[in-house]
Design a protein around this ligand. Sequence first.
Ligand code: HAM
Length: 426
Amino acid sequence: MLVKAITGFQDILPDRAARFARLEKTARDVFARYAYREIRVPEMEYTELFARGIGQTTDIVEKEMFTLQDSKGRAMSLRPEGTAGVVRAFIENGLATQDPQARLFYMGAMFRHEKPQKGRFRQFHQIGAEAFGSEDALLDAEVIAMLMDILREADVPGLRLEINSIGDDDSRGRFRKALVEYFEKHRDRLCKDCLRRLDTNPMRLLDCKVESCIGIVRSAPTILPFLNDDCAAHFDSVQNYLRAFGVEFFVNERIVRGLDYYTRTAFEVTTDRLGAQNAVAGGGRYDGLVESLGGPKVPGIGFAIGMERVVELMAERDEDAAQTASIMLVPMDENARRVCVRLAAAIRARGASCLVGVDGRSVKAQMKKADRAGARFALVIGEKELEEKRVDVKDMGENRLAPDGITPEDLAEMFAGAMAESGSAS
Ligand code: HAM
């Protein structure tokens, strides 16, 4: 009996994988233009890193991590997001002092034990970026502009960027007090989790998904009136720079984000084409995170894009289809197979893709294979071709995957060369 994949863990089959690769390439191109460099960090970290980084009382840490213990009983978790690990690496490898303004990007699998549904998985992939070392609002706007460039260049339709400021500790302290006062008045209608959050982390009530709480949250105080002058001026600047970058945005005072490390700028990008799980990217500033994870006082800002959701929306392109080889070689007997192997090597050495028929199947079956592979040229090679030292190059049609810079005449010549090399020339 087949052992099936784990619930919420997906296979990404070749056609879809081609779209993932296309999105990755788009992102890499954009990152290069903004002078970001790649960082690769482990997919598993000590649980404590996420607890301290993302916040002990967030949903992610409280109930969504895949956790196991090492032989010494120390808890380790599959990463539910990328920021905490990147910040740890930034500190642990000395970047925080040697390259405090590092601009980094990453791509890879993340793991959250959420209830799977359309657009929500337990293993999913993110493309993320983190920029360290500056509190300048210009950087906030530039990070957001970069994110929107990636999404636009990936052809994601129906995008909406919403931004907010969730202030610094000082502003949030006063906001939290107002929230507690407000929610205390509605205590009897709050869910069990929210009653607990009221003591531990009142801001987390704002993204409760329980129906009865949502109604109460709708009229709760919002953060902007509680911002101190510095935070308000910073938020104003972010908006001005976004306009200068030509990025369209909406201020949404309800955005609080589900992770505790955020300070000041917070943002989310949604699309109107996805249904319930409509967030394609999210991010924000985290000026206290490096310090709280044991590093120097270095501010940071970043975002992550949910790749599955973006790929779902990317238009299909011909290049994603199952076109795999530009040239098909069909050998009819053992001698021909040897020549084909040489010829294939020569073709591949010139950078073109090539398939050699195997299993001695009929010419008809092999031509069918050439057709499915999308090959532009097919060469059937048998006794006659070897004797006459010439081969017909069959052109399978214009709309096929043509080999770069290799003409039918080149192929005929390469065939003669392969024959000479393999010693089957006589
Ligand atoms: P996040 O908002 O938790 O932020 O996740 C970013 C994106 O990942 C979401 O907008 C969504 O597209 C995708 N995503 C999240 N959970 C799932 C899931 N279960 N299935 C499919 N897609 C999902 C972060 O992770 C922060 N680390 C972003 C950040 C970087 N902030 C600063 N730097």
